[in-house]
Design a protein around this ligand. Structure first.
Ligand code: SF4
Ligand code: SF4
Ligand code: SF4
Length: 755
């Protein structure tokens, strides 16, 4: 990823935008933090938030009329937060901010003409930065006192003026101002700020001050205070102080100042579920502690996090996409040293929900896919992340499972049934029944058993993906380029992308046209539909699946997060392989969130949500039930070994039953008599170790005689590395066979002759 790409991505996520109140405040007070602390009753810390930003905080916190309230999103839900009333209450608590440590003197001097709030605020900011200020005024802050309506208690203004004196302000009598006296002041001082609320600038030849810098025709002279409300006067004083500082430094007068005035925040905050609560009414004497807390608690602490609220993965890593983009960028940029973000990169399910929810269309899917491809290209992808899934894909595409044929007795195919490797692994009997049913209505319906290539795509293995798709394409072409009928929405999406010339349709539409088995019509049940995340942008597939269910009498219940807002089952993007614990949590969260009994039209979703504790059927379970298989909605997801066997047995069954071909002879390792303890089978499943891997290891030990013996138990240990994975198996001999007690594997090459 280039740095420019990172910047573009960062700009898409608005979570770090200031809240609406802060953006609208002329001084940009962190009102969100302030309200939060007021809600907690922590007056001292709340005061520290004000004192960090406000010039003369004791004065301004009592005088500000609260333009921030106009932008508060709470307005739509009862009324804006009364921040000015909260500030006044907080100021009355006598809270003391941390003492300002004077900055070392910078050797610069500024003259401020006029002691209204603009001049005082400019002086406040400058002295706190170590710049000496001489302020000429009849009586600094006199206007505030003169107004009469000022709620300033006695002594507040004086205390803040004394503080300024301690920091280096020098208050002096007013001076007559002419163009010549200004010029003279400019020779004595490094810059001059005129507070025009106290000083008349007519006839001085200063011209109209620049709106961004308040600079005038006379370089080094800045004019503040051309506004009515106190807070705007203070803000203009601050602006003039910053301009004077930049002028003295010879720095750019305009760079980075676009957001100095109030501006509309780009933050997005969803208030749909926020309850309406009316503001606390303000008594004449102001809030008491209880009222101040209640009003502080009305603040909803505006933020976005729309994606994080719905994505377990985003929430699990403790932050939000803008931060993740930076972490991934840093991770990819490391030349030497340890990469920390690989788990982050490999744990996104690539479900696309964040992009759908995000006001800026931020796509973690695109970010993580690109990062995975880069890791693969650089040779930095940890082999353990996807090795098992890729090996599974190769197995599905290998001689034991793959098949591409015209229907028996047919020389051409008008259609090609593509059930997908996960449906064949999950419930091969349904694939067989569906194929028989399809052929009864569309005789020239060929079949292709293989994987669609999604694992290689998700793993960022571009070359492997392309190889797989080339092979698939050439098989499809050799069958006469028939229309492809997909029983899996993931496969359908992959094939549509890879074979743009192919007509790719979903099985549900074809079954509706062909008609469903008479025996299953009139099903009387209500089921909640889980839409696979790969149908997020496929409303027609979603509709076809529902139509098919309704045609057999299923009443379809819709979940809140369905259709284009559906949530992933935990399998997408190979999450379940790269981060099994999180994959299981995602599946459980989704299963728990859906009401009642479920139905879906993706085999992997069915199995993941079954693992998550749901009672769930696949559409084909309803269309092609099997009384001998028991309660299909309650069946557990088959383990990894069983999934492979199911694929291989389906192929063999089709060859022998439909094409009358002899099955393959058993392989030598399949002929060994091997049994496993229950605990060992559970461990193997968790460690992604297949029974066939254990059998190969045992056969190797038998053929070479190489094994270790445990002195105490008398058991043996054998080791074997058939591919890039090394296996260890602990077993005992049982007369004619083996009882396996434990198995381990390491998904990397282990030096030391395990081959
Ligand atoms: S609800 Fe709170 S954070 Fe949001 S705009 Fe209003 S005061 Fe600011
Ligand atoms: S899992 Fe889905 S919602 Fe979450 S970040 Fe990845 S693509 Fe976005
Ligand atoms: S939805 Fe997520 S990515 Fe988008 S702006 Fe909000 S926090 Fe950022």
């Amino acid at each position: 990823m280039e740095q420019a790409d990172l910047r573009k991505l960062e700009a898409q996520c608005v979570q770090e935008e200031p809240p609406f109140c802060t953006a609208a405040c002329p001084l940009h007070v962190d009102a969100r933090a302030f309200c939060s602390l007021m809600g907690q009753g922590d007056w001292d810390k709340a005061w520290a938030v004000l004192a960090r930003t406000l010039p003369l905080p004791g004065v301004l916190s009592r005088l500000c009329h609260g333009p921030c309230m106009e932008a508060c999103v709470r307005s739509a839900k009862g009324g804006a937060i009364n921040i000015p009333a909260l500030e006044r209450f907080c100021a009355e608590q006598g809270g003391r901010a941390a003492r300002t440590i004077p900055m070392p003197a910078k050797g610069k001097r500024v003259c401020v003409l006029g002691g209204g709030l603009a001049g005082l605020s400019a002086a406040w900011d400058l002295v706190r930065k170590g710049i000496r200020v001489v302020l000429h005024s009849e009586r600094p802050g006199l206007d505030l006192a003169r107004e009469g309506a000022s709620p300033l208690p006695a002594g507040v203004l004086d205390a803040e003026l004394e503080r300024m004196v301690r920091l280096g302000a020098d208050f002096q009598a007013p001076v007559a101002m002419t163009a010549e006296s200004l010029q003279a002041l400019l020779e004595e001082f490094d810059a001059v700020i005129v507070d025009c609320a106290e000083q008349d600038i007519e006839g001085l030849g200063l011209g109209e001050p620049d709106t961004m810098t308040l600079g005038t025709n006379m370089p080094g002279v800045f004019v503040a205070g051309q506004c009515d409300e106190h807070v705007f006067q203070a803000a203009s004083g601050r602006k003039a102080a910053l301009s004077a500082e930049r002028f003295m430094q010879g720095a750019s007068m305009v760079a980075g100042r676009e957001r100095e005035d109030p501006y509309p925040s780009k933050l997005f905050t969803n208030v749909d579920d926020v309850a309406e609560v009316a503001p606390e009414p303000v008594p004449e004497q102001g809030y008491d502690a209880q009222q101040a807390r209640a009003e502080g608690l009305r603040c909803i602490r505006c933020e976005c996090l729309e994606c994080v609220k719905h994505c377990e993965y985003l929430a699990r890593f403790g932050s939000y996409p803008k931060v993740y983009a930076r972490q991934i960028y840093n991770n990819q940029s490391i030349v030497m040293g340890t990469r920390q973000a690989n788990t982050l990169i490999n744990s996104c399910t690539m479900c696309g929900l964040c992009e759908e929810l995000c006001p800026g269309d931020f796509s973690m899917e695109d970010l993580c896919l690109q990062a995975r491809r880069e890791l693969v290209e650089q040779g930095n992808m940890p082999p353990s992340a996807h090795e098992f899934a890729l090996r599974d894909m190769h197995f599905a595409n290998g001689p034991d499972c793959a098949l591409a044929r015209h229907a028996p007795g047919e020389k051409t195919s008008t259609h090609l049934f593509f059930p997908g490797c996960q449906l064949t692994a999950s419930r091969p009997a349904a694939v067989r029944a569906a194929y028989d049913h399809l052929r009864a209505h569309i005789p020239a319906m060929g079949i292709m058993l293989r994987c669609c290539g999604a694992p290689a795509h998700w793993a960022g293995r571009t070359r492997e993906y392309e190889r797989s798709m080339d092979e698939l394409r050439s098989q499809w072409e050799s069958l006469g380029r028939p229309a492809i009928v997909c029983a899996c929405p993931t496969c359908q999406g992959m094939l549509q992308n890879a074979l743009p010339a192919a007509a790719v349709v979903d099985l549900w539409q074809v079954l509706q046209g062909a008609g469903v088995p008479e025996s299953v019509k009139g099903a009387d049940m209500e089921l909640t539909v889980h839409d696979p995340c790969t149908t997020r942008y496929e409303p027609e597939i979603r509709q076809q699946a529902r139509g098919l269910l309704q045609s057999v009498g299923v009443r379809v219940r819709e979940a809140d997060m369905s259709g284009n807002l559906t949530e992933c089952c935990g399998f997408g993007g190979l999450l379940a392989e790269a981060n099994p614990e999180l994959g299981a949590d995602v599946a459980k969260r989704r299963a728990d969130s859906l009401p009642g009994e479920l139905v879906t039209y993706c085999a992997m979703c069915r199995d993941m949500l079954a693992k998550g504790g749901a009672r769930i059927s696949h559409v084909l379970d309803i269309l092609f039930p099997d009384p001998s298989a028991g309660d299909l909605a309650a069946r557990p997801a088959p383990g990894y070994s069983r999934r492979r066997e199911n694929r291989a047995h389906l192929r063999e069954g089709l060859l022998t039953d439909l094409w009358r071909e002899p099955g393959d002879p058993p392989k030598p390792y399949e002929e060994l008599a091997v049994s496993f303890t229950e605990a060992c089978l559970a461990t193997m499943e968790q460690r992604r170790i297949l029974e066939s891997d254990v059998r190969k290891t045992l056969l190797r030990a038998r053929e070479t005689g190489r094994r270790l013996v445990y002195a105490q138990s008398g058991r043996y240990r054998a080791v074997f590395r058939p591919v890039a994975v090394t296996y260890w198996v602990e077993f005992e001999e049982t007369g004619d066979g083996y009882l396996v007690h434990n198995a381990w594997c390491h998904r990397m090459r282990v030096a030391g002759g395990a081959a």
